[in-house]
Ligand binder design. Structure first.
Ligand code: FAD
Length: 571
C-alpha cells in the first residue's frame, strides 16, 4: 500500500506542529499535508517542556537582541554559527507574539504583559513562561491552530522505519502502523524531519521513553551527515532517583544548590551567576562536589546534592512551580516547601543532530530538519535553557514555509521505490522480527545506557571513551542475536525496542567517535585529559557520515564567526 501527500512532516512535537501550521498557512490550505508520529500527537516530548521559551520582549527595560545573541554565543562556548544566532534572536520574539495571538495562556505581570523569568546563562530575564508547563500550553495552542486547516492528515502511533532517498532526492518513508500492523509507504514532494532527540541512550535522563533518536539515525543511514554529535547536555537538576526534570526555572525563581555541609557551592565555581550559570558549568560543579565528598550518597550510586526552594515560600512555589512541587511529592516523597530536593545532572539534550544550513535545509533536495533532531548550529557546544523551544518554533516556521514552497513548485513526485519498501518490510518482519538468538534487547539497551552514564557523561577521558567504543561495537554484534518473543505486527513493543536500540547504538558510535577525536574541552564536552579549549585546532563542527559495515567517516567544517571572536568564558 502507498499514500501520497504534498508535504510530509515526521514528528508532532513543537517543531513538527509549527512546521505543519506554516506549510498549511503559506499554501492557503492548498497542499495536502501529513503529520506522522509514533505516539499520539499530544504525547510528543515537547509537552514536557517546563521552564520557558527565550526571546527579547522588553527592550525598553534593558534587554536587547545583541545581548541575547552574545549570551547564546558565549553559552555555546563559541561553537554556535553566529549568523544562525543572529537570525534566531531576531525571529524568536515574533514567534512568541504569534503564539500569544493564537492563545497561549502565558503567566503575566500585574500590568497584563507577558512575564519572563531568569534562566541559566541569560543576562536578562527572558524565559517566557506559562507556569512551569510552558511546552504543554504551547503544544495545545499549536494543535488548536491546526484545526483551522482542512487538508492535514494525521498518522498517530505510526512508526517510521526508514527514510528513502534516491540520487539526492526525497522519495518517501516506510511506515509501520502500530495499531493495525499495516506496513506502507508515504510518498511526498517535501519532508520536514522533526523527530526530536536521542537522550534515551543514557539511563539517568529527563527524557520520555520515546526519545530514541530515530529521526537522526534514519537520516544518517540514508546518507545525511550528522553534526556535532559529541555534545550532549546534562541538566543540573534531574530528580533522584527517577531523572524527571526539575526545571531551571526553580533556580531562576531563586532556588539554591547546596552540598552536604549546607553550603551554596556555586559561589566557588561561578561567583557572579551562581545557580543560574550555564548548564555545563553547574553540572560540572555538582559532580565535583560529589566526587570530593560533599554530596549525599545512595546505595544505587545516584549520589546527589540538593536544590533548596524552602526560602521561596509556599505562595511562590504554588504559583510559579506547581508541577515541580507535585513531581517532588509523587516521585521523591518530599514536599519542597518543607525539604530540599535531591538532584544530580541528567542527560537532557542533544546539541548535535542532522546537519542543516541556516534555512534548515539538508544536503538532500526536498528534505529539511527542525527542532532537536537538527543541528542548525544554534547551540554549539552547550545550549542555553529556554533556547530550544524557541528554536523549534523559529525553524519549525522556516522549514514549514520552505517545504510548502518547494512542494508548490514541484510538478511531479520522485518515482515510487517499491523494491526498497519490500526490502524494508522483509528486514523488519522476517529478519529482525524472527530473530531467534539468545540475547534480550532490553538487556542490551540497559547495558548501553549504564555504559553511557558511566563513560560518556559530564566528565570524559580518552581511556574511558575507548572502552565506550568497544562496548558500543560489542553491543551492536550482540544485537544480531536478539530473540524477538512477540511475533504479532500489532503493538509489537518488543520489535519496536529492537528498532530503537539499533538507532541508539548507531548514534552512540558517532557520539563516542566524535568525542575521542576532539582533543579539547568545550561546553558540554569536558575532558580531564584535555582540560582546555583549543580554538586553533577545534573551532570546527564535526560531521559524521554513515558507511555501511564500517566505522563512520568524520569530517570538519569551521564554525561561522561573524560577530564575536572567542574569548575566555567566565561567569
Ligand atoms: C522534561 C523536559 C523539559 C524541557 N524544558 C524546556 C524548556 O523549558 N525550555 C526549552 O526551551 N526547552 C526545554 N526542553 C527541551 C525541548 O522541550 C525539546 O528540545 C523540544 O521540545 C523538542 O521538540 P521537537 O519538536 O524537536 O521534538 P519532540 O517534541 O521530541 O517530538 C518528536 C516527535 O517525533 C516523533 N517521532 C520520533 N521518532 C519517530 C518515528 N520513528 N516514527 C514516527 N514518529 C517519530 C515523535 O512521535 C514526536 O512526535 C525540555 C526537554 C525536556 C525533556
Amino acid at each position: 500500500m502507498e499514500v501520497v501527500h504534498d508535504v510530509v512532516i515526521l514528528g508532532s512535537g513543537l517543531a513538527g506542529l509549527r512546521a505543519a501550521v506554516e506549510a498549511a498557512r503559506v499554501s492557503s490550505d492548498e497542499l495536502d499535508i501529513a503529520i506522522v508520529s509514533r505516539v499520539q500527537l499530544m504525547r510528543s516530548h515537547s509537552v514536557c517542556a517546563e521552564g520557558g521559551t527565550a526571546a527579547v520582549l522588553h527592550p525598553e527595560e534593558g534587554d536587547s537582541l545583541e545581548l541575547h545573541a552574545w549570551d547564546t554565543v558565549r553559552g555555546s562556548d563559541f561553537l554556535a554559527d553566529q549568523d544562525v544566532v543572529k537570525r534566531f534572536v531576531e525571529e524568536s520574539p515574533k514567534e512568541l507574539r504569534q503564539l500569544d495571538h493564537w492563545g497561549v495562556p502565558w503567566s503575566r505581570r500585574p500590568d497584563g504583559r507577558m512575564n519572563q523569568r531568569p534562566f541559566g546563562g541569560h543576562t536578562f530575564d527572558r524565559a517566557t513562561f506559562a507556569e512551569d508547563k510552558t511546552g504543554f500550553f504551547e503544544m495545545h495552542t499549536l494543535y488548536d491552530r491546526l484545526q483551522r486547516f482542512a487538508r492535514i492528515t494525521r498518522y498517530d502511533e505510526c512508526c517510521v522505519t526508514s527514510i528513502l532517498i534516491d540520487n539526492g532526492i526525497f522519495q518517501g518513508m516506510t511506515v509501520w502502523d502500530l495499531t493495525s500492523g499495516e506496513f506502507f509507504l508515504i510518498r511526498g514532494k517535501a519532508l520536514v524531519i522533526a523527530a526530536g532527540g536521542a537522550c534515551r541512550m543514557f539511563a539517568f535522563t529527563t527524557y520520555s521513553l520515546t526519545a530514541t533518536g530515530d529521526g537522526m539515525a534514519m537520516a544518517y543511514r540514508a546518507g545525511l551527515p550528522l553534526k556535532d554529535m559529541e555534545f550532549v547536555q546534562f541538566h543540573p537538576t534531574g530528580l533522584v532517583p527517577s531523572g524527571i526534570l526539575i526545571t531551571e526555572g526553580a533556580r531562576g525563581e531563586g532556588g539554591y544548590l547546596i552540598n552536604n555541609k549546607g553550603e551554596r557551592f556555586m559561589e566557588k565555581y561561578a561567583p557572579s551567576k551562581m545557580e543560574t550559570a550555564p548548564r555545563d558549568i553547574v553540572s560540572r560543579s555538582e559532580i565535583t562536589e560529589i566526587a570530593e565528598g560533599r554530596g549525599f550518597s545512595r546505595p544505587d550510586g545516584l549520589d546527589y546534592v540538593q536544590l533548596d526552594l524552602r526560602h521561596l515560600g509556599a505562595d511562590t512555589i504554588n504559583e510559579r512551580l506547581p508541577l515541580i512541587r507535585e513531581v517532588a511529592i509523587k516521585f521523591a516523597f518530599i514536599d519542597p516547601i518543607e525539604q530540599p530536593i535531591p538532584i544530580r545532572p541528567a542527560a537532557h539534550y542533544c546539541m548535535g543532530g542532522i546537519h542543516t544550513d541556516i534555512d534548515g535545509a539538508t544536503p538532500v533536495e526536498g528534505i529539511s530538519a527542525a527542532g532537536e533532531v537538527a543541528c542548525v548550529s544554534l547551540h554549539g557546544a552547550n545550549r542555553l535553557g529556554a533556547n530550544s523551544t524557541a528554536e523549534c518554533l523559529v525553524w519549525g516556521r522556516i522549514t514549514g514555509e520552505k517545504a510548502a514552497r518547494y512542494a508548490m513548485a514541484q510538478k511531479s513526485l520522485a518515482p515510487a521505490p517499491q523494491q526498497k519498501v519490500q526490502e524494508e518490510e522483509r528486514r523488519l518482519f522476517e529478519q529482525l522480527g524472527h530473530g531467534n538468538g539468545s540475547e534480550d534487547v532490553f538487556v542490551i539497551r540497559t547495558e548501553l545506557q549504564r555504559m553511557m552514564d558511566k563513560n560518556m557523561a559530564v566528565y570524559r577521558n580518552g581511556p574511558d571513551m575507548e572502552v565506550a567504543l568497544e562496548k558500543v561495537r560489542e553491543l551492536r554484534t550482540r544485537l544480531e542475536h536478539v530473540k524477538v518473543i512477540d511475533t504479532s505486527r500489532i503493538y509489537n513493543t518488543n520489535l519496536v525496542a529492537l528498532l530503537e536500540t539499533i538507532n541508539l547504538i548507531d548514534l552512540a558510535e558517532t557520539i563516542v567517535l566524535g568525542a575521542i577525536a576532539r582533543t579539547e574541552s568545550r561546553g558540554a564536552h569536558s575532558r580531564t585529559d584535555f582540560p582546555n579549549r583549543d580554538d586553533v585546532n577545534w573551532g570546527n563542527h564535526t560531521l559524521a557520515y554513515y558507511i555501511p559495515g564500517q566505522e563512520p567517516r568524520l569530517d570538519y567544517i569551521p564554525a561561522k564567526i561573524t560577530m564575536w571572536q572567542p574569548v575566555e568564558r567566565k561567569y
